[in-house]
Design a protein around this ligand. Structure first.
Ligand code: PLP
Length: 286
């Protein structure tokens, strides 16, 4: 089945979808994005993703491309047209096509470019990696200082993923000033006893939508939540470690820089949080 994608108000087969070579997203990485997961054909935590989209847009002085109702309707239509039971929807909004290349922002009334497409991942909730856990390496965090804005400048995270691949592991965790910031495309946590430790929100990290929900479920399940930086050495000596993102939910991390974390197997806290997250978010999906 040919994938149907969305470009600027039109649904069309993926091979017919085009964006201008002058698009600011293409020339300047001048755009923001969101990734929403789909379970049972429904959108997970869509409200959180829309709120963060608005925040990213406003931090870059970009107007909302359309109403929230239109965004929801478009996401649902893509799920329907592509018959998605489990998977993701990628949404990207760029500053548009000014018809030439210039560092100066185009006029604010230039229409933005909006594209969206689905990714069909039938075993998203049941991902085999969640049973074995991620092995990660640490690398320096060389990204820009506004990681709280979800921009499409993903070259360094992509290089981080390639460094992991080269090392034969699953992901890289970024380290800055001696402390872990986050993973290439996920937030990072450690577990010590009944306490879940993760870096506090700031411009150093992306404010994960999954992070908000997981910390809420953790607190409701009587875990203590401590928001502070931690080092790679502390993580290696922790009982457990895990990452969260819309694409992986809660993913146990079982090895860091070649050293096993805890038993070297997915731990009970990460597994419980994953179950809680999936159960609760499935119930609240729209
Ligand atoms: N941190 C980074 C750098 C990310 O790219 C992502 C997701 O893409 C996350 C954290 C997790 O965010 P979310 O839970 O909203 O998917």
């Amino acid at each position: 089945m040919t994938r149907t994608v969305y470009v600027n108000g039109t649904y069309l087969p993926e091979h017919e979808a085009t964006v201008s070579i002058f698009d600011r997203g293409f020339l300047m990485a001048d755009g923001v994005y969101e990734v929403t997961s789909v379970l049972d054909g429904k959108l997970i935590d869509f409200d959180g993703h829309i709120k963060r989209l608005h925040r990213s847009l406003s931090e870059l002085d970009m107007a909302a491309p359309c109403s929230d109702d239109e965004l929801i309707a478009m996401h649902r239509e893509l799920v329907r047209l592509n018959n998605i039971d489990q998977g993701m929807i990628y949404l990207q909004v760029t500053r548009g096509n000014p018809g030439d290349r210039s560092f100066v922002f185009p006029s604010a009334d230039l229409p933005p470019t909006i594209v969206a497409f689905t990714q069909d991942i039938p075993n998203l909730a049941d991902a085999p990696a969640a049973k074995t856990g991620f092995r990660v390496i640490s690398i320096p965090d060389l990204r820009w200082d506004r990681r709280d804005i979800k921009t499409v400048q993903l070259l360094y995270p992509s290089m981080g993923k390639m460094a992991a691949k080269k090392a034969g592991v699953d992901d890289s965790w970024f380290v800055e000033d001696g402390a872990v910031t986050e993973g290439t495309s996920n937030n990072a946590y450690i577990v010590k006893g009944n306490r879940i430790i993760t870096r506090a929100l700031s411009t150093d990290i992306l404010h994960g939508i999954t992070r908000v929900a997981v910390l809420r479920f953790a607190a409701e399940a009587q875990f203590e939540v401590e928001e502070r930086p931690f080092t790679i050495e502390e993580a290696q000596g922790a009982d457990e470690a895990f990452s969260t993102a819309a694409s992986i939910f809660v993913m146990p991390v079982v090895e860091i820089d070649g050293k096993p974390v805890g038993t070297g197997k997915p731990g009970p806290v990460a597994q419980r949080l994953r179950e809680l997250y999936l159960d609760e978010m499935r119930k609240a999906a729209i």
